[in-house]
Design a protein around this ligand. Structure first.
Ligand SMILES: Cc1cc2nc3c(=O)[nH]c(=O)nc-3n(C[C@H](O)[C@H](O)[C@H](O)COP(=O)(O)OP(=O)(O)OC[C@H]3O[C@@H](n4cnc5c(N)ncnc54)[C@H](O)[C@@H]3O)c2cc1C
Length: 387
């Protein structure tokens, strides 16, 4: 089996790593660990945009770079390793969907500013009673003259407090089977009647609940045809493929633990010399190699023109649950000091493991819960009947 990357891809990876070393130092990473570092992230995205890297996956006619899957993968891995912001909902989902289904006016209005890193979108899918079973969503959009009038609640609309627009799924027809009555809209978040309230997560990350109270949205905010939104949303999610099977976020945490274990403490002792520490870290090194192979398999599929499906679910489960195991064990290895938060000067490894411990919960259900991923593996991978 040959896992080598092409010389061009390796050269590009080095270029990206050099850029990240200059533009996304440890202080930027720490600023983003707890709460918002929005200005820093947006300024960084503009630098990505200046190099065309923000939209490298877009077709050339819209400012893309015709990068290979290998280059896109290595780019994502390099950014994840240092915790740098990557492509947004606007770049990954809204842009490519508008290219295919948007009007000429929508393309002209949204694509250039998205590519310049000037316009960001929140993702408005989930509702209080509609998460995994997304097609049951209830936020109503009723046509009234030249507008749609919207009423309802969206939950976990993550960047609604810091984006210009929301990519919104709303119910336009309650009379038909649930998948067939949904439409997609591009809504300005400053429209009167929209109220954004914070929900703070265990990991320090802010998401939101968004209330829609008689919000009037012009009819040209509709994407494609009315009631075809389910199809457009599925199309949009398709563009997230590479980002769900990268592994370098886990590698970065393991490397940080290894550096800590190899360094001498105040008494001149190295944690790595303790059998318990060696055994734990060696076990994780083995798991990381397994994860890397699974991830490369998906990359290989993309290169052959295949679509990783249950294979992507396998990596998603393995990487998110490995991150939890690693953060749990890391916290144990660091002892009582390991529970100090990143702001504490005495926190080992800058509080990184404590932060990883808290933030490792959400990815096991974000982007599709791991239970649902297991169902996908069972049905599409093993051909088992649906439960
Ligand atoms: C921090 C955070 C940020 C988020 N950001 C966004 C965002 O920006 N935009 C957005 O639209 N959404 C966002 N989400 C929502 C996220 O996608 C949902 O939380 C997720 O889809 C699960 O939905 P739910 O929370 O309603 O849980 P539910 O669907 O109610 O599931 C509850 C439990 O039941 C299990 N379950 C449900 N159905 C099945 C089934 N068929 N088989 C087996 N088990 C099942 C689930 O695995 C889970 O354990 C975010 C969530 C969080 C926590």
């Amino acid at each position: 089996m040959e896992f080598a990357f092409s010389d061009e891809a390796i050269a590009f990876e080095h270029e990206v790593q050099g850029f990240l070393g200059r533009e996304w130092g440890p202080e930027m990473r720490m600023a983003g660990l707890e709460g918002d570092n929005y200005d820093g992230e947006r300024a960084f995205r503009k630098k990505l945009a200046d190099r065309g890297w923000l939209t490298m996956a877009w077709p050339e006619e819209f400012g893309g770079q015709r990068r290979s899957f290998e280059e896109m993968y290595l780019f994502q891995e390099a950014c994840n390793y240092v915790g740098a912001p990557k492509a947004t909902v606007a770049v990954q989902q809204v842009g490519p969907t508008l290219m295919q289904f948007g009007t000429e006016e929508q393309k002209a209005r949204f694509l250039p500013p998205i590519a310049r890193g000037e316009v960001e979108f929140a993702l408005g899918y989930t509702e209080p009673d509609s998460g995994t079973d997304l097609a049951s969503l209830q936020l109503r959009a009723v046509r009234d003259g030249d507008d749609y009038v919207m009423n309802g609640i969206k939950r976990f609309t993550s960047s609604a407090h810091r984006s210009e627009y929301v990519w919104l799924a709303a119910r336009t027809n309650p009379e038909v089977p649930k998948h067939r009555g949904i439409s997609m809209f591009l809504v300005d978040l400053k429209t009167p009647g929209i109220t954004v309230m914070p929900i703070w997560t265990l990991g320090g990350y802010r998401t939101n609940e968004v209330y829609w109270d008689n919000v009037r949205v012009p009819k040209d905010a509709l994407v494609g045809e009315e009631n075809r939104g389910w199809y457009y949303a599925a199309h949009a999610l398709d563009h997230e493929r590479i980002s769900i099977f990268t592994v370098s976020g886990v590698r970065a945490v393991l490397d940080a633990l290894l550096d800590w274990a190899k360094a001498k403490d105040r008494e001149g002792r190295r944690p790595i010399d303790q059998p318990r520490v060696r055994t734990a870290l060696a076990g994780f090194k083995v798991e990381l190699e397994v994860l890397q192979c699974l991830s490369y398999r998906n990359l290989g599929m993309l290169k052959r023109g295949e679509h990783p499906n249950h294979e992507a679910s396998i990596v998603k489960i393995f990487s998110t649950e490995m991150m939890q195991r690693l953060a749990n064990e890391g916290t144990r290895l660091l002892g009582p000091y390991g529970q100090l938060t990143p702001e504490e000067p005495r926190a080992p490894i800058g509080g990184r493991i404590e932060q990883a411990y808290r933030s490792a919960v959400m990815p096991t259900f974000g982007a599709g819960s791991n239970e649902v991923m297991r169902n996908i593996i069972a049905t599409r991978g093993f051909g088992l009947p649906r439960a």
